[in-house]
Every structure is written in structure tokens, then in C-alpha cells.
Design a protein around this ligand. Structure first.
Ligand code: PMP
Length: 308
């Protein structure tokens, strides 16, 4: 038997605009506005199987972000309560006994011609698929500073998770892979360190945890917020501030965080080894705190999880 691809979409039940169908039977017309113009707004949510039950991580927080971002982009989403209920029902019906990734999307489903957001009908869908590690969280990543500049807040605001904006991420990530790296780090239009193609970034310098602030054209990551909470709880000093490119080359430790990558440590930036080329002690503490929070035994972060 051939091993399924790690991110293979299996034939689970999915939700599309009020109807439940097998994922393979969900489709939209080719002239859908979102397909033509990238007019959608999405989330990525993880569900962790702990051997007994499936826990959705930050369910409500993701849908609060989605509802707010959709409104910013002149799209109407279902209510936060409704999106949480649809997602819980999706998981319950599919009854997965492994880690999963959930993909809700608010999208312009109208068939109108023309790049405008008003008077174009909105839709909502949500589906799930099995998902293991998105990036290798154990061996250390080789990353590069991208030649592609991060989108700015005045072009396509990266804090909105707009579908069209991910062409920017795709260009950077593709370039990184074509050049033999695992991941790309964006600089913003001020030349400051921003984030990865789908991850927020943390540096450790002199025992202090540093991450670009919320005006650096980053996505205001939900995992990032959780990591800052760990830092407070573990007594690790942390600061949100502008980060210069060369700080990447001088950092003692660097790690990337996000729903997909979880906590992934960086071994080198532009071929310069970070720290000693091993996972650093602060990264190790944060990684352990994350794993304890999502799988147990820690119950201190129980409010982050929604059991299904
Ligand atoms: N930055 C970008 C560009 C992303 O796509 C993601 C993934 N959603 C992140 C950061 C991490 O955000 P979160 O922790 O909310 O998944």
C-alpha cells in the first residue's frame, strides 16, 4: 500500500455555504470573484489528537480574527458563534483520531466582473484534513532573507490573512526552496525584519526574547500571542519592537511560530549558523511549553483548547 501524502486531502465531510457534502463534491463556478481576484479571507486552525480526544486550539480566537478581518475587507462572515459551531460540528461528524488542520474561508462568491468588494455576495466554507508537521520542528531550519519585500499595510494588509496576499508568501517560499532553503524571512518596506512566509519570528539576544511589533506588516499571529504568554509565565523577558536584518545574523537563537509550523527552530540564516547551530535553551523551553499546552500534561492553558 502506498503511504498517503502527509497533506493529502481525504474525503471528509465539508461545509460550503449552508450545505454539508463530501469535500470532493464541493465546488464553485470558475467565474467566482474570489478565484478571479483573490478576494477571500481565511484561517488555519489546528486540532490535536491526544490519544483520547481531539482538542481544537484557539478555536474562538481564530474566528474572532476572521470576523474582524473579513469586516475590514468589506466581507460579511457568519457570526463568531456560528463559525465555531459549524467547525465543531465538522470535526464531530468526521471524528478524526489524528492531528488535523481546519481551513475556514470567507470568500466573495458572486460572479461579478470587476475588482470591487461592495455588492458582491459573500460565502463561507470550512473543511479539514489530516496534518502532521508543516515544517520539521526537530532538525533546525535553514532560512534566507527573501529578495521579495513583504506586502505593506497600505497595499494588501498582511494582518488580514487575505487570500490574494498569499501570492507574496508563495513567491518568497518558492524562491527559498528553489535556492535550497527551508523557509524565507521577509523584510518590510522599511527594510526591517517582518515574518516568514506563513510564520511569525522570534529572536533571542542576551536572554531577551524579541519579536517584530504589530506595525511591522506582520500577521498578528495567535501562536505569537501564546508564545508571549509563555514568556510572561516562564519569566523570560520579551519585547515587541522593530528588528534590523543584521540582528538575525547576531542572534543567539531564532525560532518561527504559527499554527502550521508550531514552534520550529532556525539553524542558519543566509548560511550563517545561529548560536551554536543547535536548538537553544530558550527555544527548548518554549517548544516544551507549547507541546505541554496542546497535548498535556499542562492544564494551565486548558482555556486555549476546545474539546470535541
Ligand atoms: N504570518 C503569516 C503570514 C501566516 O500566514 C501565519 C499563519 N496563519 C502566521 C504568521 C502565524 O499566525 P498564527 O499563529 O495565527 O497561525
Amino acid at each position: 500500500m502506498t503511504k498517503p501524502a502527509p497533506h493529502a486531502v481525504n474525503n471528509t465531510l465539508a461545509y460550503l455555504d449552508g450545505a454539508w457534502r463530501p469535500l470532493t463534491e464541493c465546488s464553485v463556478p470558475v467565474n467566482t470573484h474570489a478565484l478571479q481576484y483573490g478576494t477571500g479571507c481565511f484561517e488555519g486552525i489546528r486540532g490535536y489528537w491526544n490519544g483520547e480526544r481531539l482538542n481544537i486550539l484557539f478555536l474562538r480566537e481564530h474566528f474572532q480574527r476572521l470576523a474582524a478581518n473579513a469586516a475590514l475587507l468589506l466581507m460579511t462572515s457568519p457570526s463568531v458563534d456560528d463559525m465555531c459551531a459549524i467547525t465543531a460540528k465538522l470535526v464531530k461528524q468526521n471524528d478524526p483520531k489524528q492531528n488535523i488542520y481546519l481551513r475556514p474561508l470567507v470568500y466573495k462568491k458572486g460572479l461579478n466582473i470587476g475588482p470591487v468588494l461592495i455588492d458582491v455576495a459573500d460565502g463561507f466554507l470550512c473543511y479539514m484534513q489530516p496534518m502532521g508537521d508543516y515544517l520539521d520542528t526537530s532538525k533546525g531550519l535553514g532560512v534566507c532573507v527573501s529578495s521579495w519585500q513583504r506586502l505593506s499595510d497600505n497595499s494588501i494588509p498582511t494582518r488580514t490573512k487575505a487570500t490574494g496576499g498569499y501570492l507574496n508568501s508563495a513567491l518568497a517560499k518558492s524562491e527559498a526552496i528553489m535556492n535550497g532553503y527551508d523557509e524565507a524571512i521577509f523584510l518590510n518596506d522599511r527594510g526591517q525584519v517582518c515574518e516568514g512566509s506563513a510564520e511569525n519570528i522570534f529572536l533571542v539576544r542576551g536572554g531577551e526574547l524579541i519579536t517584530p511589533d504589530r506595525t511591522a506588516d506582520i500577521l498578528e499571529g495567535i501562536t505569537r500571542r501564546g508564545i508571549l504568554q509563555f514568556a510572561r509565565d516562564l519569566g523570560i523577558p520579551a519585547v515587541e519592537r522593530a528588528v534590523a536584518r543584521t540582528e538575525l545574523y547576531l542572534a543567539d537563537e531564532i525560532f518561527l511560530v504559527g499554527t502550521g509550523c508550531q514552534v520550529s527552530w532556525v539553524r542558519s540564516v543566509d548560511k550563517r549558523i545561529v548560536g551554536g547551530g543547535v536548538r537553544g535553551p530558550v527555544t527548548e523551553r518554549i517548544q516544551r511549553a507549547y507541546e505541554d499546552a496542546v497535548y498535556g500534561p499542562s492544564t494551565a492553558y486548558g482555556s486555549w483548547l476546545t474539546p470535541v
